[in-house]
Design a protein around this ligand. Structure first.
Ligand code: FES
Ligand code: FES
Length: 173
């Protein structure tokens, strides 16, 4: 069996929010750390680092994924979309972000980037969800400030909005 040198760095190239970027990563480096420390995309938050809290959720090729359970090397050649893609170039919030603000769906906001990315993916696949479906998706996220009812209301409001949930990535969302 071929042995991998744990410290040998490899170049990882990906498309982040529509921009082609690359940086060096050790084989064991997590995608969450790669985004934050190698690419400076600190909007993605890290909580438990073992797949439970959902803070680190990003889209990989348009699908919501835990970046703490993904190696940076696994994202090589893929499209990664993070919370930084949601607002417009002038900082204008998208429909989902506005619904969060309207419904007081964030308190400290630590969990918010991951929740926004999960629901960006979810609303694309299910634009008219029931409350139970929203609650089921939200069960994959832990909010330490316990603001769940506001989050559910925000997602249902965004779903009713006529505006499609957009990202600035240009690629699949
Ligand atoms: S930091 Fe990834 S799920 Fe908690
Ligand atoms: S708003 Fe504070 S952890 Fe969710």
């Amino acid at each position: 069996m071929r042995r991998v040198n744990r410290d040998q760095k490899t170049r990882v190239s990906l498309t982040l929010n529509g921009r082609k970027l690359s940086a060096e990563a050790e084989p064991r480096m997590l995608l969450s750390d790669f985004l934050r420390h190698a690419l400076g995309a600190t909007g993605t938050h890290v909580g438990c680092e073992h797949g439970v809290c959902g803070c680190c959720t990003v889209l990989i090729d348009g699908v919501a994924s835990r970046s703490c359970l993904t190696l940076a090397m696994q994202a090589d050649g893929r499209e990664v979309t993070t919370v930084e893609s949601l607002a417009g170039p002038d900082g204008q919030l998208n429909a989902l972000q506005r619904a969060f603000r309207n419904n007081h769906a964030l308190q400290c906001g630590f969990c918010t980037p991951g929740i926004l990315m999960s629901f960006t993916d979810f609303l694309k696949r299910n634009p008219s969800p029931s409350e139970a479906e929203v609650v089921e998706v939200l069960s994959g996220h832990i909010c330490r400030c316990t603001g769940y009812s506001g989050i559910v209301a925000a997602v249902l409001e965004a779903a009713k909005s006529s505006e499609h949930i957009k990202t600035q990535a240009g690629g699949p969302t």
